[in-house]
Design a protein around this ligand. Sequence first.
Ligand SMILES: Nc1nc2c(ncn2[C@@H]2O[C@H](COP(=O)(O)OP(=O)(O)OP(=O)(O)O)[C@@H](O)[C@H]2O)c(=O)[nH]1
Length: 375
Amino acid sequence: MKQVPVTVLSGFLGSGKTTFLNYLLHADHGRRIGVLVNDFGSVNIDADLVTRIEGETMSLANGCICCSIRGDMEETLVSMVDGDEKPDHLLIEASGVSDPAAIVQTFALSHDLRAKVYLDGIVAVVDGEQVRDLKGKNALLARRQIAVADLLLVNKVDLLDDAQRASLSKWLRQQVSDVRLVETVRGRVPLELVFGLGGKKWREAAEKDTLDVHVHDVEQSAKHAHENHLLEFETWTYRGEKPFDFTALKRMMSGLPASVYRVKGIVQLQNMPAERTVLQVAGRRVSFLGDRLWRDTRPYTELVFIAAAGKLDPDRLAARMDQCLADAKETAAEDRQADAIGKEVQINRWAQKFWEHSARAMQQRMAEDHSNGEQ
Ligand SMILES: Nc1nc2c(ncn2[C@@H]2O[C@H](COP(=O)(O)OP(=O)(O)OP(=O)(O)O)[C@@H](O)[C@H]2O)c(=O)[nH]1
């Protein structure tokens, strides 16, 4: 039986993996692609944000495929290959906290997997704006993700000037000398660079045992990695059914402590009642994007927070979220007055950008629908 090639997308929280995945799925490559998306939090946000016309998207949430749900990854991949519509290629979007070296081990060690799939390559996505701001264990994890990659997408270069790009490139070259670096905006890279990488680098590393984790000791290291993740990261999910005030929520998200690394999910905004909105906080950058019309779906809010372990205080966060609800009556009169002046400017500026984005997203979707209809 012909084995199916697998590409693993790795990269730190919020670097642009899902964005890249969507670009890839909509690009003209003529392959039937099976997708497996892994979310560290308990909600399948990423799978929800993967837009595709056809092909299978499987989702594994509430754990990390490099450790706690390694077995689930094996089973899911095998079932995808054995299914009625065998894919030509599999893409795995690893969670932003996963260590690709441990994923490589799973591929190297599982007989079931080895019979059906082979690792074609690891593509790491780097947040060009913020990767160098990562501290401590996050910085180490990001470096491990970079080190194992066969292809490195230096993403978000639209947020950098020429000097920053040059200095980032130099810094990355100091981290890894033997990998192809490609600067990208929203993960747009020539497809021939992505498929058929051959996985040479990881295979060599596995043979030389330089993956930094011992291949024969996978149970132990997986357990260790799992413990590390639980020790290092914590997640919490906010759910609600009342609409939020855009300005208040944006201000709150912009003021989150640095220990909150990532927030993502769906928000119901009073200012945009008809449209489902995606909220993204990656490091210090906050963005709202009109996503799709609610239509028959009852509007809701579901946001996953990922932070340094021990730094999330759910009660406090929930209280702060509630203060941003459109019908919140808590704001002191004084605050409200002070806000009113700032709000006037902010709402106009932000609402403008916000609508601009929504309109663009809508146009793009319509164009995609149109071109798909023509095929
Ligand atoms: N300016 C800019 N923003 C980008 C680019 N690529 C992605 N983003 C934004 O960065 C945020 C995070 O992108 P995602 O694709 O969700 O990141 P991710 O790596 O899948 O995130 P996790 O799965 O949570 O680790 C979103 O708001 C994207 O729209 C880019 O090239 N430039």
